[in-house]
Design a protein around this ligand. Structure first.
Ligand SMILES: [Zn+2]
Length: 124
């Protein structure tokens, strides 16, 4: 997805360089491409804001207890709350803003979160 936007912008740049596209056309098309990028990033920003909020922090503390301060995947004990990362079971990449629901979150250790990435794990 990101590569498509990058190549779209690069295409515009190339057209502008060879004089095939006028400045005003390029500006309009860049603006519409960036609007799509913003739309794509919105659920991620929404999640980040929630995670930093009082509600997000409070959810994390409660979830930490529910998971017996263990990673939901490898079951390794966390040393502290800040080691626990909030993972989307159904990814933002696939599900967009619908993925932003605490029922869809688990606390994982950093290696598990990195390994899984956007892959769905039915055991979580
Ligand atoms: Zn783990």
């Amino acid at each position: 997805m990101e590569e498509n936007f990058a190549s779209e912008l690069n295409q515009l740049y190339q057209e502008y360089l060879i004089g095939q596209a006028h400045r005003q056309q390029v500006i309009q098309r860049v603006d519409s491409t960036l609007a799509k990028v913003d739309w794509m990033l919105a659920p991620r920003r929404q999640f980040t804001n929630w995670a930093r909020s009082q509600a997000g922090q409070s959810w994390k503390r409660q979830q930490f207890k529910r998971q017996d301060s263990r990673c939901a995947r490898c079951k390794k004990k966390f040393r502290n709350l800040s080691e626990a990362e909030i993972h989307h079971v159904r990814s933002l990449h696939e599900s967009g803003r619908q993925a932003n629901n605490p029922k869809n979150y688990r606390l994982l250790c950093t290696p598990c979160n990195r390994q899984l990435g956007t892959t769905f794990d039915k055991n979580l």
